[in-house]
Design a protein around this ligand. Sequence first.
Ligand code: ACO
Length: 361
Amino acid sequence: MLKRGLEGVIVAETAIGDVDGQRGQLLYRGYNAANLAETKSFEEVAFLLLYGELPTSEDLSAFSAELKEKRILPKSLETLMHSLPYSLSIMDALRTCVSSLNSTATWPPTKAEAIQLIALFPTIIAFWVRHSKGEAVPTPDPTLSHVDHYFYLLTGGKPEPAQSAALTAYLVLTMEHGMNASTFAARVVSSTESDLPSAICGALGAMKGPLHGGAPTGVLQLLKDVQTASDDPEFVLRKKLDAGEKLMGFGHRVYKTYDPRAVALRNVLQKSGGDQHVLQDAVHLEALITKLLAEYKPGRKLHVNVEYYAAAVMDALALDSDWFTPTFCVSRIVGWSAHVLEQAADNRIFRPSQTYVGGVR
Ligand code: ACO
């Protein structure tokens, strides 16, 4: 029977994570991702997803040191990026760089190769952001963690503790999310016994599409529309709903209750001591939109999703909206890599069937 978009079709057994849409729960290797986001570093959670266990302090030191060592941009990538046209988007530059790494990778993929990519993503993205604007890239700072270093390379400044906590929570909460389109793409490429960079190129291609990694840009537009209108927010929102518009940052294919990532991000923002005024506006608007969606779309179970508070995080960090999807990749590279390693450990090439509807001549 045809299942368009493979909805409901189980294509793999995984021990990496579980998305429970009815209960609003996301697990990473059995741990609640929302708790991890509030209590663990990027390095700890990345280690957990790759190795299956939280690191001991020795593991963590070694893993952090390996990430720091591998985040230095190789000369070959710098030369490559100097040869690319400035007009290339960040996602295209990132995919091109990953593609150029193929010659060093083999089958089966290794954790060392995965760590190389996890380490390099922030450096490649920040280099391209800076270079394409004709700006110098800051000198690497080995004292900074993976997340703080990314922020530093992008902006030239070190994040305040509240900013670091918010960015860490966002990156931890978006590291892994089941059999989404980019993860599935990575597993399909890997199932042909192709190398890890090729699988990640497939994932990056999928992530670039607006239906997947469009990220919180639409939410920022919605917030702006409401904030800048001279009319009452409820009037502005009703006008949008009356026109059949979807309100970005609400609803989800899997979650039929609150998206646990949105709740966790809101909690982190509330505790982190950042700009509470902006956050209060977002919380107030969330309540209003939830009430209106229940009225306009009764029974559809439309709740806030991760994109809504991701937009608040990006706004609080003053990150450019062009950086949203690449920043999503800085975290999701961990989930993609874990899935490719899992696929390789028990591989069978993906080869679904089709129904021919073309007739005979
Ligand atoms: N605003 C207004 N109405 C909505 C919204 C919304 N955000 N989301 C769903 N609806 C309505 C639909 O119009 C539809 O109404 P109908 O039954 O009268 O036709 C009903 O609710 C069901 O919606 P579907 O689109 O069928 O639900 P689906 O599960 O397929 O879609 C999706 C989920 C795509 C996320 C949808 O809710 C949406 O477009 N939301 C806005 C975009 C968004 O926030 N995307 C980010 C998702 S999180 C992530 O990808 C990481």
